[in-house]
Design a protein around this ligand. Structure first.
Ligand SMILES: Nc1nc2c(ncn2[C@@H]2O[C@H](COP(=O)(O)OP(=O)(O)O)[C@@H](O)[C@H]2O)c(=O)[nH]1
Ligand SMILES: [Mg+2]
Length: 305
């Protein structure tokens, strides 16, 4: 399966929800309030968010569409244009460009969203581009988390700095950056423990990682990537808000877009926050991370066959 096919198949469920919405309009061969409302409903069901859904509805109802044309195609094109114009400015591939100097990235997010897995996948892309990559096992909360990151480090041939379970996450990050500087690494990816955004002490600990990193490199962390799980629905909006308050987020990665009918959440996020979208997770394997491309996303989201 090529990368584009994989991307499309990842969105099959979201796209099929939309397809059912379009069917109503196509059968009736006209765009009236009733079936426009149905389309809006389907968009909301795929987590596009109320704001974007009603905007799309508005655009379609204001367009003079020739009823002799293929309506599903026409509406699909309108939708595609909407998505591309909204999301094209959020593309950011500079993150993956080879860096000349050390770049430190803090990976944050709540429990189980896919942080550790995503670090492994990012590590592979960066390695393939010729970077020297270091992982910092700053999720010291569970022994299994350290082991999981270590497995990824072995798989993608990255270095890892770790400590024992329960040790100070900030000191692991400090050590990793220190070693990276001494040994000419140009990428450090810091794993963190999944924390609930409403647990104050855990959030303090998260903040400390960034503060300690700054002591050794005033510009660190250069990137703060929030990992979000597409299956969490509208909760992701709250997560962005809370995490952004602690340390400003420089980009997001949305995982688990394979196997959900709720891929529209990315649109809702784009509408609400203008945060760069770094990449999308479409599976559990090493190559299942796609750099975000607005046109590909729009195509995959609106595929009707
Ligand atoms: N289907 C799917 N599963 C994923 C994806 N990313 C991560 N996972 C799985 O989600 C689970 C939690 O991932 P993990 O990296 O441990 O999350 P963390 O707690 O945030 O570090 C694991 O079983 C991963 O294999 C993805 O893009 N798609
Ligand atoms: Mg983890």
């Amino acid at each position: 399966m090529g990368i584009f096919d994989k991307f499309k198949s990842g969105f099959k469920k979201s796209a099929s929800a939309l397809k059912s919405g379009l069917k109503e309009i196509i059968i009736k061969k006209e765009i009236n309030d009733d079936n426009l409302n149905k389309l809006e409903e389907f968009l909301i069901q795929s987590d596009v968010g109320v704001e974007a859904a009603s905007e799309i509805k508005e655009i379609i109802s204001n367009k003079k569409i020739d009823p002799n044309k293929d309506l599903s195609l026409e509406i699909n094109n309108i939708l595609k244009d909407y998505i591309v114009s909204l999301m094209k400015p959020l593309e950011n591939n500079t993150f993956f460009e080879k860096k000349e100097k050390l770049n430190t990235t803090l990976i944050s997010g709540v429990n189980g969203v896919g942080k550790t897995t995503t670090i492994g996948k990012i590590g592979k892309i960066l390695k393939d581009k010729g970077n020297k990559v270091m992982f910092a096992a700053s999720d010291t909360f569970r022994a299994a988390a350290i082991e999981q990151l270590e497995n990824w480090a072995n798989k993608v041939d990255a270095q890892i700095i770790k400590s024992s379970q329960g040790s100070d996450p900030a000191s692991v990050a400090y050590k990793a950056i220190d070693q990276a500087i001494k040994n000419n690494f140009n990428q450090v990816l810091i794993d963190t423990a999944g924390r609930l955004q409403n647990k104050k002490n855990l959030m303090e600990e998260y903040k400390k990682i960034a503060n300690v990193a700054k002591k050794i490199d005033p510009k660190a962390p250069h990137d703060v990537i929030l990992v979000l799980d597409a299956t969490s629905g509208q909760n992701v909006i709250k997560q962005v808000e809370e995490f952004n308050k602690i340390i400003p987020i420089t980009g997001i990665i949305m995982t688990k877009l394979d196997g959900t009918a709720k891929g529209g959440i990315l649109l809702a996020l784009a509408k609400k926050y203008k945060l760069p979208i770094i990449a999308l997770g479409l599976g559990e394997k090493v190559y299942d991370l796609q750099l975000f491309d607005a046109v590909k996303f729009a195509d995959a989201f609106t595929q009707i066959n």
